[in-house]
Design a binder for this molecule. Structure first.
Ligand code: ZN
Length: 409
């Protein structure tokens, strides 16, 4: 689909869906009447519509945010709450159909099929993720092993006990599991049926993906979604950006400095507007996730634009005038095989005069001068790379916060 076709489809869908979105009690209250009236063209005057914030969702009830009645609601879910109070939302049978359509085309593009067996070491409960994965795999006829929250040894046991072809997990867990396998039973890898790892739940740099692919000996594909919307995008065989569901979600990239549209290819905050009769519709939802978009054609032939996920707000830091992401630091560190998978970025001094320490676990001591130079080019302030022994850093989180900012204002 050409860029102009996508835009015109999005505008058409937005105009059709807009009265439905405005009819929820939440948007009836939030939007000024001149923005809700029938003369207002949401497609032409999108920037006049106020953003929906995370706090808007946190401090409103799921039933306020839906135009549907209880008889039309199929489930209640809640966000993970990793960056604050969780927000709840409702889900309908129609949402399920759209979700399965979006996920099926991404998964079929990377050859997932009915013969696959998917190991799911993921927390069940109120989060939508596990339910979405069960649904999408059922749609394709693949089998799911709902392992639930599991320690590294239990995940390895699951890989051994079942004919698992796909492991669906976060980059951090995939790193920890392969490290344990290489350390304790390196021959095990040859006995597994595993052919793909689907990474989700957290950003990963391209260097991290390549590192995982080399260690596991299988293809790794990134998937990106958010609880409030569902699956947004996924990698294709080209692994050069994730095709996103431009026909079901209008994605704006907004500069956090002046709240204007970012230039093509520029990184900004992803702002989502849903384009189907979603049970909990979203108008210009400010996600706090940083992305950039590439509209150019992809070698895989898929006719949808590509999105590059840089990280969440908490995965970035502003140094001087520049926003730097942990994924950029990771991209530099993980080029060197001696640097292990755990690292921390610490900022000291003041905002106008700061210095940075990057602590990185290493397999063995290395010369750091070249890497410090690359980190200096990235941050544009002095950086010390501190090599520390393996297992020195705390590993309590599946979505680790890599950045500690000790600067005084
Ligand atoms: Zn592609």
């Amino acid at each position: 689909m050409a860029e102009v076709d996508i835009q015109s489809l999005q505008h058409q869908k937005l105009k059709a869906i807009y009265p439905y979105i405005c009819s929820s009690p939440f948007y009836e209250k939030k939007l000024p009447s001149n923005i809700r009236n029938s003369d207002f063209d949401p497609a032409l005057r999108l920037s006049n519509i106020p953003f929906t914030t995370k706090d808007d969702l946190r401090f409103s009830s799921p039933l306020e945010r839906t135009p549907l009645n209880l008889a039309e609601i199929a489930a209640f879910f809640s966000s993970s709450g990793t960056t604050g109070k969780p927000s709840s939302y409702v889900w309908s049978k129609h949402d399920q159909e759209i979700y399965c359509e979006i996920s099926s085309r991404i998964l079929r593009n990377i050859q997932v099929n009915a013969s696959d067996v998917v190991l799911l070491p993921m927390r069940m409960g109120m989060s939508f993720s596990w339910y979405g994965i069960l649904s999408e795999m059922q749609q394709l006829g693949a089998a799911v092993i709902p392992l639930g929250t599991a320690a590294t040894e239990e995940i390895i046991k699951g890989l051994v006990d079942y004919p698992v072809t796909i492991l669906k997990t976060s980059p951090v867990v995939a790193s920890r599991v392969i490290r344990a396998i290489i350390k304790d039973s390196p021959n095990l890898l040859n006995k597994l049926k595993l052919r793909q790892i689907h990474l989700a739940g957290y950003y990963s740099s391209n260097a991290h993906r390549k590192r995982l692919e080399k260690r596991w000996g299988v293809d790794c594909y990134d998937m990106y979604g958010l609880s409030e919307l569902g699956l947004v995008s996924g990698d294709c065989p080209a692994k050069n950006g994730q095709h996103y569901c431009a026909d079901y979600a209008l994605v704006e990239v907004i500069r956090p400095t002046d709240f204007c549209q970012a230039s093509p290819g520029e990184t900004g905050v992803a702002v989502y507007t849903t384009l189907w009769k979603k049970a909990s519709p979203l108008l210009r939802y400010w996600s706090d996730d940083f992305i950039y978009i590439d509209e150019s054609p992809c070698s895989c032939g898929m006719q949808l634009p590509r999105l590059f996920h840089k990280g969440r707000l908490v995965d970035s830091i502003v140094v001087g005038q520049k926003r730097v992401f942990a994924s950029d630091v990771e991209q530099i560190l993980f080029q060197n095989d001696a640097i292990a998978d755990e690292y921390r970025i610490e900022l000291f001094g003041s905002r106008s005069n700061c210095h940075i320490k990057v602590q990185a676990e290493v397999e063995y001591p290395i010369q750091t001068a070249g890497m410090e130079e690359k980190l200096y080019d990235l941050f544009e302030v002095p950086v010390v790379l501190d090599q520390i022994p393996l297992d020195s850093l705390v590993r309590e989180k599946l979505k680790p916060n890599r950045i500690s900012d000790f600067r005084t204002s």
